[in-house]
Design a protein around this ligand. Structure first.
Ligand SMILES: *Cc1c(COP(=O)(O)O)cnc(C)c1O
Length: 263
């Protein structure tokens, strides 16, 4: 029995709706400061570790784009959340490339030649064009995925040469800021660098337009520096749970409650 398919938790819905208003206001305020239109920024709700009920709440509240960090969790959740557009935002192993084709509207984490080879091969045999972003490790952080800054344009060119891949932009995850730093200002130069790389790429290839950057802690800097997609998890859905969600796992709906839930 799937608890998630049936549980409707009105308190959790209200909590998420309130958080969503706050996140939208943050995006709008950053757009105002930068002279941008809020409609130019797509909000991707990252639901990793949270059950499908949470994902459905976001869709109902108007967040039609959802992100997952793992292929397995994306595939497990997607059937429970009709109407969502799923983005794969986390690292992708080549052996899982096949699973993501046609399931994710956009793969944000393409960062090496071998993955491009595998994705294009799988997209070709499925007869689809897979939309992708090239992930860049702007902070040269060994803990983060992404290609080297200097290799970005070559990797974009390599992916563009594949008929079954459409390269639509760049993505990054900046390094974790030091404890005493302001996360917004710590991230800003990394976002500015990704934007310069995107501008360079777009000069050659006009379809390379998107900038996927900015998360819960630093979205202001990302939007001010030109993000067209922000990937927001905890600020929308609360703290991460200890495990990836999977069907049948306890804590998938009725058992686990949001922290601070008074019931
Ligand atoms: C988890 C995750 C996010 C969201 O992070 P928050 O800090 O919870 O907003 C964004 N991008 C990627 C790649 C992630 O894995």
């Amino acid at each position: 029995m799937s608890v998630d398919a049936t549980t409707h938790d009105a308190t959790a819905d209200r909590t998420i709706a309130a958080r969503l208003r706050t996140v939208r206001r943050r995006i709008e305020a950053a757009c105002d400061r930068a002279g941008r239109r809020a409609s130019a920024v797509v909000l991707i709700g990252v639901t990793k570790t949270h059950p499908p009920s949470v994902a459905r709440t976001l869709v109902t509240a108007g967040v039609g784009d959802l992100g997952e960090a793992r292929v397995g969790e994306l595939l497990a959740k997607a059937p429970h959340v009709p109407d969502a557009r799923w983005h794969l935002v986390g690292r992708l192993q080549s052996r899982k490339a096949r699973d993501v084709i046609g399931e994710a509207v956009l793969v944000h984490s393409v960062d090496r030649h071998s993955l491009i080879d595998e994705l294009s091969r799988r997209a070709e045999s499925a007869g689809v064009v897979q939309r992708i972003l090239v992930q860049v490790n702007v902070g040269d952080d060994p803990a983060k995925g992404g290609c080297e800054v200097d290799g970005t344009l070559d990797l974009v060119a390599y992916a563009r040469s594949r008929p079954n891949l459409a390269v639509e932009g760049l993505m990054t995850m900046p390094p974790l800021p030091p404890d005493d730093a302001d996360p917004v200002e710590a991230a800003r130069p990394h976002f500015a660098l990704l934007r310069r790389l995107r501008d360079e790429a777009r000069e050659r290839w006009p379809e390379v337009t998107h900038l996927s950057m900015g998360m819960s802690a630093d979205l202001e800097a990302a939007v001010e520096e030109g993000a067209t997609m922000v990937r927001v998890g905890t600020a929308l859905v609360g703290p991460r749970r200890p495990h990836a969600w999977e069907p049948g796992r306890s804590g998938s709906g009725a058992v686990a409650r949001p922290e601070g839930d008074p019931r």
